[in-house]
Design a protein around this ligand. Structure first.
Ligand code: DX5
Ligand code: ZN
Length: 221
């Protein structure tokens, strides 16, 4: 299994974002996770396409844009233009989920659906074979530094079963976001995840390389 680690810029130093992007890349990041919050779909407000475009020249790895916004579609186009490589959104925040996925892919980005801890997986019934990523939230979206919600583990296993059962054999990444740390990353991988968002555990540590290295060691064990 190829594992990917995606540091979340939400816990980075926003006064030095370009430098922080370069630092986590040098420390071994596979993706840069970019949390977009609108103070409407979630009770917090972060950054928009202008900031994505500003960090783009610093990013050698794909920028993984996690849209926590409603409505979704207009921002898809703006983030694709701003250099996103991946765009994920919460299906209940879009009136036409199939259309939004198509819009993301038509703009050359990988597309994914995001599930909150209490969001049922039925959204996958008619969509999984079109997706590039399923992102399962293991905290309620809005803030970094929250505790991993254990009920995410059986949900990860269920999505892993569904992906592995796809008749097309399509490659769909299974990403987990919220409360991922050195101590629990192996257990989350055993449940079936292959892509790990981690904000406070990486940016809150003194040595990004040591932290990402410890995550990789635990994944390999
Ligand atoms: C929460 C965000 C996460 C957040 C994760 O709404 O989607 O990406 O940054 O932060 P940690 O890893 O600190 O839980
Ligand atoms: Zn996120």
């Amino acid at each position: 299994m190829a594992y990917r680690i995606a540091p979340s810029l939400l816990s980075a130093d926003f006064a030095r974002l370009g430098e922080e992007v370069r630092a986590v890349q040098d420390a071994g990041a596979d993706l840069i996770h970019f949390d977009v919050m609108d103070n409407h779909y979630v009770p917090n407000l972060t950054v928009g396409p202008v900031v994505c475009a500003a960090i783009r020249p610093h990013a050698k790895v794909p920028i993984d844009v996690h849209l926590m916004v409603r409505p979704v579609d207009a921002l898809v186009v703006e983030f694709a233009r701003a250099g996103a490589g991946i765009i994920t959104f919460h299906p209940e925040a879009s009136d036409h989920v199939d259309r939004t996925v198509a819009l993301i892919q038509e703009h050359g980005c990988k597309a994914g659906l995001v599930f909150n801890p209490a969001t049922p997986l039925q959204w996958l019934d008619h969509m999984l074979d079109r997706l590039d990523i399923v992102l399962l939230m293991s905290v309620n979206p809005g803030f970094g530094g929250q505790k991993f919600i254990a009920s995410a583990l059986p949900k990860i296993a269920e999505v892993r079963r569904r992906i592995d059962a796809l008749p097309s054999g399509r490659e769909v990444w299974l990403e987990v976001d919220g409360g991922v740390k050195v101590e629990n990353i192996a257990e989350i991988a055993r449940a079936g995840a292959d892509t790990f968002v981690s904000g406070s555990a990486i940016f809150g540590s003194a040595d990004y390389r040591a932290t990402i290295g410890a995550m990789r060691r635990n994944l390999a064990a």
